[in-house]
Design a protein around this ligand. Structure first.
Ligand SMILES: [Zn+2]
Length: 168
């Protein structure tokens, strides 16, 4: 057993000490001081987690939450558009970054896919020209998307520096 597979089975050593699959890991631990150190630090972390007690909610937490929920449901704007608008107005933009990145990646993939598809199914010089034009249009669109994203990120970072928020 090498260090990597030993360290992979460290959680098993802690959580399921009776498992037969960890015998080799145990042997390795006895011989390897680095893995032994890793094991002890992981065990200390687990002990800490065992000692940690989640804070109890206040006695009226459930009632208060139910009241808040009912208020929110009553105040919820009916339309999807209003909800999206509220979300766009009040968010910091962070949760949209992955979505933007995905959309951009998808645009590139779909763009590349159509170009390949066209050139394979309809060979010919005029089609090649059309593909090139198509590619250029896609490139242009992608550039616009990147610019928009840059702008969004810049706006966001400007906001972030203006009103520092606690890291989440
Ligand atoms: Zn080792």
């Amino acid at each position: 057993m090498n260090c990597k597979s030993c360290q992979n089975s460290l959680p098993d050593l802690l959580l399921d000490p009776a498992a037969r699959s960890i015998a080799a890991a145990r042997e390795h631990l006895a011989a390897c001081s680095a893995c032994n150190e890793e094991f002890r630090s992981l065990k200390a972390t687990f002990d800490l987690l065992d000692a940690w007690k989640a804070p109890e909610p206040t006695p009226y937490f459930d009632q208060k939450l139910a009241v808040r929920l009912r208020e929110e449901q009553a105040a919820q704007p009916a339309g999807w558009f209003e909800r999206m608008r509220a979300r766009l107005l009040f968010n910091t933009g962070r949760q949209f970054r992955p979505a933007l990145a995905c959309a951009l990646a998808l645009a590139v993939i779909v763009g590349g896919g159509t170009a390949i598809d066209l050139s394979v199914t309809q060979p010919g010089s005029h089609v090649q020209a059309a593909v090139t034009v198509n590619d250029l249009q896609i490139l242009d669109k992608n550039e616009q998307a990147i610019q928009t994203m840059d702008q969004l990120l810049q706006d966001d970072s400007a906001k972030d520096t203006a009103t520092p928020q606690p890291a989440s």
